[in-house]
Design a protein around this ligand. Sequence first.
Ligand SMILES: [Zn+2]
Length: 304
Amino acid sequence: MSSCGVLVVAGTHGNEVNAPWLLQQWQANPDLIDTAGLAVQKVIGNPEALRRRCRYVDRDLNRCFLPEQLEKGAPGLEFQRAGELLRLHGPSGEQPCAVAIDLHSTTAAMGNSLVVYGRRPADLALAALVQGALGLPIYLHEADAQQTGFLVESWPCGLVIEVGPVPQGLLNARVVEQTRLGLETCLRALDQADQGLARLPDALVVHRHLGSRDLPKAENGEPQALVHPELQGRDWQDISSTQAMFRAADGTDRGEAWVEGEIPVFVNEAAYAEKSIAFSLTRREVWPVQPTWLPALQQLVSAA
Ligand SMILES: [Zn+2]
């Protein structure tokens, strides 16, 4: 990777503390993470939120990468920080980066996964390389007008590594180690793409986002039923069409019928309660790897 670097972001959400801890340890000990010889810029996404141990101060930073808002200087700490990160490390920033790897954690029982936004060929190539190496599931987020402005979308190529489950604000050695493994695998994949040594698998398995469901709520916003106990912890799993979504305090089932083939993710994710999301629904799809994907990634990582 001759001129453009790789941006590694931890603490985009200030209450996800494991990746920032790893990054700080790495800063003190440069040999801690094998960067495969790549030029890596490492930053804490939202230092003020991390200091306060809250997800954000004014607004979710990972919904602030909205070009129109940034152009007109939208107010608030996170919009300012998004603009600053782009000025420093954006594709035409002071220390330009072509690829952004954004490290997150989840409270949901999802284990580790990759999140891809949309269908950019370079993103799909990187995701396919990492899935090929680690076998991680991929949550493909697209076509959701309620949720936009994700950090990695502002770089030509970007990937989110989501590690869990771990409560917000809690350090956990396993989560740190898995974050490190995911990051090193990403960096190795980028280096192999740069050197022309990368080999994509034949197919990419994605869980394509279909939509989200909120708890049934009263007019005052209080939940009238909770995520069904038999749904709790069943992220990525096939769900029978007889499964109820929610259960009220008196034991009655609530919510619409489950559609066969819809697979839940982010079930009862703590961070999404404020977004009125009890869980999201996905469909598992197997996509043949396209011949355009790898060249798109190679072009980015080896751009002169
Ligand atoms: Zn996060």
